[in-house]
Design a protein around this ligand. Structure first.
Ligand SMILES: [Zn+2]
Length: 128
């Protein structure tokens, strides 16, 4: 059976943008931990101020930040604007590549740009 990409394209595009948003989320985590020499795998994401483990709402890229009003839901410590900005940039970059180049090679180019963004953000964190 042949797969019709024109039918699948909207779903695949949404999927790639979602992956890019989650990649943005991981970039934030890595940029926060790598300069401190901490593991990016564990512990699970938590608030730096009160130690509360982040739940699924906190971890929603961009949306979680907006829902929480830019603050930790427990201790009200402010969350920097950098986090949702990196997530939005990551998702936007992927969306832009898909719109500009189509599903292929847009997804590949978008992924490469997101990786570059991640490397740049993490490198900037290490330099500080
Ligand atoms: Zn907190």
């Amino acid at each position: 059976m042949e797969i019709d990409l024109t039918v699948l394209a909207p779903f695949l595009s949404s999927y790639f943008v979602l992956v890019a948003l989650m990649a943005g989320s991981f970039i934030n985590l890595a940029a926060d931990r790598v300069p401190r020499g901490e593991s990016v795998m564990r512990p699970r994401s938590h608030c730096r101020a009160c130690g509360r483990q982040l739940n699924v709402i906190d971890l929603l890229p961009v949306v979680g930040y907006a829902l929480r009003g830019a603050r930790c839901a427990t201790c009200k410590a402010p969350i920097g604007l950098a986090a949702p900005l990196v997530e939005a940039t990551s998702g936007g970059t992927m969306l832009g590549a898909l719109v500009w180049l189509g599903l292929w090679p847009g997804a590949l180019v978008g992924l490469a740009l997101v990786v570059l963004l991640g490397a740049g953000v993490i490198a900037a964190g290490i330099r500080d």
